[in-house]
Design a protein around this ligand. Structure first.
Ligand code: ATP
Ligand code: ZN
Ligand code: ZN
Length: 627
């Protein structure tokens, strides 16, 4: 990779090498003060795959940005400027922080260069020349340390020259539609030990229409972002004091969470699951036996030592449920045995990946382990789990998902248990169920659990990222590892098979997804506050409290807004909090034992008798049970 192309994801989007063949010019232009040897590098853009064309445009735009920056700050120190997914960036060390006005200026200056249609000219230079040219550019000198004589090239457009190995369009007029979007901090070469730079991001597409579509998509993602809405609606907080990925559920969030858990536990009870409660801390030895220690310990919190014993926070609940199963000897008649728990797990997710509530370090999984006697029972149970999933998504109104068959990478002996026969059996079984149910799925190698293949349900988030929500896994490994047995019909001992499953994922990831799906407008049964009673004047407070009391008798979650604020302000606040029902009460309402009803998204409904309001809310809340 070229020095100015080296990035987090270098050239990840290109299919062909970005580096044009080095063709030395036979007669270097005489009289030039530099010894640079021009390299012919015309490209027929139209003949390239779109991704590569875009990569060239994006990287070329980064050159224009660096050129503009040097005019704004002649002392700017230049880092690298690669193409990335939707555009490009360039890293700079600058005398001060960039402002939005700076970005506007830079963008304009870039457009001037675009209008001039300046050719990008590649040339080969010696190390000595390069050291001289960038003697005041410490990061370029740092890059040069890794380059040998004979491999160093530069690129010039107009009067700006950068150390670069190529990958441009022919001239600045071919750059496409772009916009500078943001500035973020970034360490030189990605290491905290190095200086921090300012990274300027740009979005770039071939056409204005594509750029506009991308911006709309970003705007939509911002609007639905669960991190923003979660804060505004007081659902959760992340504190510096508690640490990244350690979510604090505020009362509103705890309410949503409780409703989801109760609902799912009821569904599980109807389907023959039995709930247990098992500890989140166990001796390390348990996870050595299960194989977690070998295959998963990078993602575990460090060991705690007390009284000569080593303890760990569990990263998964499987071993705990296996202990429950193994606590007595079962007969084949009892199977399938379905053990469920909203189990707490702790995983040391990488800092860069922890995000809001969707990827956290302490989480509660809607977990269950189904112990089966034979493959036919496994198939029936997997089918039952798939049906339960579809039911749950139906109730929640989730549609934006697809099934993934997650397989092991046979070459990765570190990550996966080495037992090819077991993997084949598991895969064949899951395929059979998916095919029988006629579900579309796509296979993905390297996404299995370390102990077995799985069916994952992949959801699209507001930010356009796919995330696993539900999962079903077939496991021949743990039963062997723990020497599990049951008494078969023949009176002999046999090994069971385990199905691991999570329906609504972790409560953390589920609530993150629901916030984005609903944009904070939770359906009544999940809304943290289902109704607010708003007294028009202080003298209406007693009746307001009476109304609230009547609703609470039916387990409706209601609050009285008795603040010393004007009625309109209270209505506005309730709207901002996305409360589904507002019950405004004054003299007339008190007299008629009614409320003036306002419904989220529907506005003013006029005066409605209190008993009717209660009926309406109860019916709406309980509707989901009928689906
Ligand atoms: P992922 O691929 O998302 O890292 P995983 O394959 O490690 O997940 P499992 O061990 O199967 O996941 O965990 C069960 C479920 O828990 C996942 O399907 C996912 O929905 C959820 N989950 C996993 N890790 C996290 C996390 N760090 N934060 C929130 N939810 C998580
Ligand atoms: Zn370049
Ligand atoms: Zn499990």
């Amino acid at each position: 990779m070229s020095p100015c192309l080296r990035a987090e994801k270098p050239g990840g989007t290109t299919s062909a090498p970005l580096v044009p063949a080095l063709r030395r010019h036979p007669h270097p232009a005489g009289g030039s003060r530099t010894m640079a040897t021009p390299i012919e590098s015309h490209v027929d853009l139209a003949s390239l795959p779109k991704e590569e064309r875009l990569a060239r445009m994006r990287h070329s735009a980064a050159h224009l940005l660096a050129e503009a920056m040097l005019e704004l700050f002649p002392d700017a120190e230049l880092g690298i400027g690669p193409p990335i997914d939707a555009g490009f960036y360039y890293d700079f060390r600058l005398p001060r922080s960039l402002t939005p006005e700076d970005l506007a200026w830079l963008e304009n200056r870039m457009r001037e260069s675009v209008a001039r249609r300046l050719p990008f000219q590649m040339a080969a230079i010696t190390r000595e020349e390069a050291l001289e040219r960038w003697k005041n550019q410490p990061f370029k000198l740092d890059l040069l340390k890794d380059l040998e004589d004979g491999t160093i090239t530069q690129c010039t457009h107009g009067s700006f020259t950068d150390l670069c190995k190529g990958g441009h369009v022919n001239h600045t007029g071919e750059i496409g539609a772009f916009k500078l979007t943001s500035v973020a901090g970034a360490y030189w070469r990605g290491s905290e030990k190095n200086p921090q730079l300012q990274r300027v991001y740009g979005a770039l597409f071939e056409t204005e229409e594509e750029l506009a579509a991308y911006e709309r998509q970003l705007e939509e993602a911002r609007r639905r972002d669960h991190r923003r809405i979660g804060k505004e609606l007081k659902i959760f907080e992340l504190f510096d004091e508690t640490g990244p990925g350690h979510v604090v559920w505020l009362p509103n969030g705890a309410t949503i969470r409780r409703e989801l858990q109760r609902w799912m536990e009821d569904l599980e009870l109807e389907r023959g699951y039995r709930h247990v409660v098992t500890p989140a801390v166990s001796k390390r030895q348990l996870y050595v036996k299960s194989g977690h220690w070998d295959h998963f310990h990078d993602a575990m919190y460090p060991v705690m030592e007390r009284e000569g014993e080593e303890y760990v926070l569990r990263p998964m609940n499987c071993p705990s449920h296996i202990m429950v199963f193994a606590s007595e000897l079962h007969s084949y008649r009892e199977f399938p045995i379905r053990i469920a728990e909203f189990g707490n797990m702790h995983r040391w997710e990488k800092s860069g990946q922890v995000s809001g509530m969707s990827r956290v370090r302490i989480m509660t999984l809607n977990d269950a382990h189904i112990f089966c006697t034979d493959p036919a029972m496994v198939e029936a149970e997997v089918e039952g789990v798939l049906r339960l999933m579809e039911h749950a998504y139906g109730v929640l109104g989730l549609r934006n998902y697809r099934y993934r068959l997650s397989l092991a990478d046979p070459d990765d002996k570190e990550k996966y248990v080495d037992n090819p026969e077991m993997w084949q059996k598991g895969e064949a079984l899951l395929r059979r169920v998916l095919d029988r149910l006629g579900l579309n799925y796509f296979p993905a190698v390297g996404e299995a659990a370390f102990y077995g293949p799985k069916i994952d349900v992949q959801f699209m988030t507001a930010a356009g990222k796919e995330e696993t929500l539900s999962t079903i896994q077939v496991d021949f490994h743990f039963p062997r590892q723990f020497g599990l047995e049951y008494i078969g019909e023949d009176g002999e001992r046999h090994q069971p098979i385990i199905v691991h499953r999570g329906i609504i994922s972790t409560l953390e990831r589920m609530v993150a997804l629901l916030i984005e799906e609903y944009e904070g407008n939770f359906p009544l049964w999940l809304a943290p506050v289902q109704a607010v009673v708003i007294p028009i004047a202080d003298r209406h407070q007693p009746y307001a409290r009476e109304v609230a009391g009547a609703l609470r008798q039916h387990r409706l979650r209601v609050e009285v807004d008795d603040r010393n604020e004007r009625m309109n302000a209270k209505i506005r606040d309730a709207q901002l909090q996305k409360v589904p029902y507002m019950l405004v009460v004054g003299d007339r309402e008190a007299e008629a034992r009614a409320v003036s009803l306002r419904v989220r998204g529907e506005g003013d409904q006029g005066s409605v008798p209190l008993t009717e309001v209660i009926d309406r809310l109860r019916r709406e809340r309980d509707e989901r049970l009928l689906t």
